[in-house]
Structures are given as C-alpha cells and as structure tokens.
Ligand binder design. Structure first.
Ligand SMILES: Cc1ncc(COP(=O)(O)O)c(C=O)c1O
Length: 350
C-alpha cells in the first residue's frame, strides 16, 4: 500500500512573513545583490558572533571562496571527512588542491581528530570541519592543531560548542541556505570571519564586473530576493531550532527501547538535530523501502562517502555509518499527526 500523503525527508517552513519579505524585495525593484544582501550579512555575522560576512549563491561557492581566501592552490592539501556530501570535495577540487580524506568518529559522525592527525603533512593548508547533522564537532581539538580551520556549518546553524555558536570558532566558517537546510532560501550560502582581509578578498572574487585588474573571478552573488527570505528565516531561526530539539527529545523518549543506536546526546542541548540519524545492526538496504511503503521518506544521511567515489581503501567508521545509518524525518514543519506516524512506523519496523 502506498500513501498519497507521503511525509518527505525534508520540507522548508515558509510562513506568511517569508512571503511578505520576498514580495517586498520584488516590489523594491532591486532583485539582484543589493541592500538586503548587505543586511543579511550583517545580521548573520551578529547572530553567530563573527565580525564580517560575505553572502554567496550556495554553500559550495562559500567553501570555494573560503579556500581561495586562504590562497589554496595546487600542491596544497586540504583535509576533509569521507562521510560528507560531494559538495565539499567539489569545492576543494575547484581550487586544484589535493583533497585528503579522513575518517569519522561513529558516535557523532563528525571528522575524527585522530584520523586527521595521521593525514597531516607539510603541505596541509587547511582542514574543513563540518558539524554533521547538527552535531557540533570537538572544535577545541581541531583548533589545537594550529592549522587554519574552515568550519562547515551547512547543517548546524544555531548549534553551539561549549556554549559558543558553531561558526564563531574557526578562522572562517561557511553556511548553506539550500532548501533542505535549517534556514532555507532556495539556494544560498555565506562565509563569516573575524579577519576582514579574508572577507574583502572573498567579496572581490565573488563578482567580476567593474574591476581594473584581471583575475579569474566568479559570479557567486546572492540575490536580494534570497537575502530577504534569509532575513525572515533568520528571524524564525531560534524557533526552528527549539522545535527541532523538542521533536528530537520526543524521538529519544519514544525510541529508547528500540534495538538501534540513537544519535549522540552527549552534547545535550548543543546539537540541533538537523538530521535524526539512527544506526541499526544490519545493512539498511530494504529498510528505506519499508518506510516508503508506509509513506515516509527516510534516507542515507550521506548519499555516498567520498572514499568510495575515489576508490580509496580503509575508512572503517565511515563504511559502518554508510551501511547502517538511516536519517528519519525531523523538521519544524512536521505536523503532530506526521510525527505520530513517524514514531509508529519506526517502532513497527524495528
Ligand atoms: C556539510 C555540507 N557542506 C556543504 C554543502 C554545500 O552546500 P550547497 O548545497 O548550498 O552548495 C552541503 C550541502 O548539502 C553540506 O551538507
């Protein structure tokens, strides 16, 4: 039996205030990069706690420009985890540098600092540390390595590490406002940093027009339409995050006797549960279909690990996570009835 009222894996929460913000941006006549982008940059920098910001048209563009701001070039090495979407690998490859893939820790699905230490060389220019599925990475351990850190907050805006917002700790931090993300602008991204020179360089590279010198530059600009939506979504962000934590707390309670590993709770309230990832004892093939038959779309939390794309051996923790982890729908636009259906389906299947 298939349901007509399928519960998607993600769904943005677009409210009346978002509609009004977009309409007023359209009515202003300024629909490309303009004052709303400027305002959104300042508002996000203030919310996170970094001095300067540059908005982009995607998280990938934000990562690419963050790497270029650090002068990353061919022959440099950039460390990234295997258990992350291919956008991160693409951003490194856009610069011509060598991506060096490290394993994760299974408890949090975040980059393993032990694995990173084994891959450090004289050529290591930066480490990209994603806060996976909304769970803050152990930033103190990465900062101790004394290598420039780019915090990838695409999945974790609003999360904190030891009380400080993620995105405020690295030399640079990047965000994504893709439609499935915690704050949705359709597409969009941002780079934040306390280092003004880095942000100025990013702002120079993100657009090509009216320049006296020639450099390979990009068209990575955000529009004022996206920024207007970003500003109104940002005004709801604390509410979105609180609702995510509330639903997660309910799932923890309901699933406490189920025979699978729950997401980590050790960070307590610091995790924002962008994804609610459970890890079962078998391979998950077959289980996604079982959920689909109940009208619920669950997914592998990472479509395919990077070491598999690159045919690299090893990476036991990433392999285990990829084979056994399932992401269950959790987002603020879920209705109470949908939440009940998800809980019932999980209990029924496991
Ligand atoms: C951890 C991480 N970094 C970067 C990105 C890239 O963001 P975007 O899709 O906005 O290019 C994503 C996208 O899903 C992501 O999950």
């Amino acid at each position: 039996m298939t349901h007509t009222d399928t519960i998607p894996h993600s769904r943005p929460l677009v409210a009346e205030l978002d509609l009004e913000a977009v309409v007023s941006a359209l009515e202003s006549g300024q629909i490309s990069q303009g004052p709303a982008v400027d305002k959104f940059e300042k508002a996000l920098a203030e919310y996170i706690g970094q001095n300067k910001a540059a908005a982009t048209n995607s998280g990938t563009a934000a990562l690419h420009l963050a790497l270029l701001a650090l002068d990353v070039k061919e022959k440099d090495e950039i460390i990234i985890p295997s258990f992350v979407c291919s956008a991160v690998l693409n951003a490194v490859n856009h610069t011509g540098a060598t991506p060096v893939i490290a394993d994760i820790e299974l408890l949090t699905y975040n980059l393993s600092v032990e694995s990173v230490k084994k891959t450090l060389t004289q050529k290591t220019k930066a480490i990209i540390v994603p806060h996976m599925f909304g769970c803050p990475a152990e930033m103190n351990k990465f900062l101790e390595l004394d290598i420039p850190i780019i915090e990838d907050c695409a999945q974790a805006i609003g999360a904190t590490f030891k009380g400080q917002k993620v995105g405020s700790l690295g030399l640079l931090s990047i965000f994504s406002f893709y439609t499935t993300k915690v704050m949705a602008c359709g597409e969009g991204g941002m780079v934040l940093s306390d280092a003004e020179d880095l942000i100025l360089k990013i702002k120079d590279l993100r657009e090509y027009d009216n320049k006296d010198d020639y450099l390979v530059r990009y068209n990575y600009k955000m529009t004022d339409i996206q920024a207007a939506l970003g500003l109104s979504q940002l005004s709801s962000l604390n509410k979105f995050v609180a609702r995510r934590k509330e639903i997660a707390a309910l799932y923890f309670e309901e699933f406490k006797d189920c025979d699978f590993s729950l997401p980590v709770w050790k960070q307590g309230k610091e995790h924002i549960y962008y994804r609610f990832v459970i890890r079962i004892k078998d391979d998950i093939s077959g289980y996604l279909e079982k959920f689909q038959q109940k009208g619920i779309i669950c997914r592998r939390p990472v479509y395919k690990p990077l070491h598999l794309y690159l045919n690299l051996p090893g990476f036991p923790q990433t392999t285990e996570a990829w084979q056994k982890a399932i992401s269950i729908p959790l987002y603020p636009s879920l209705t109470e009835e949908e939440i009940d259906r998800i809980i019932e389906a999980v209990k029924d299947i496991f």
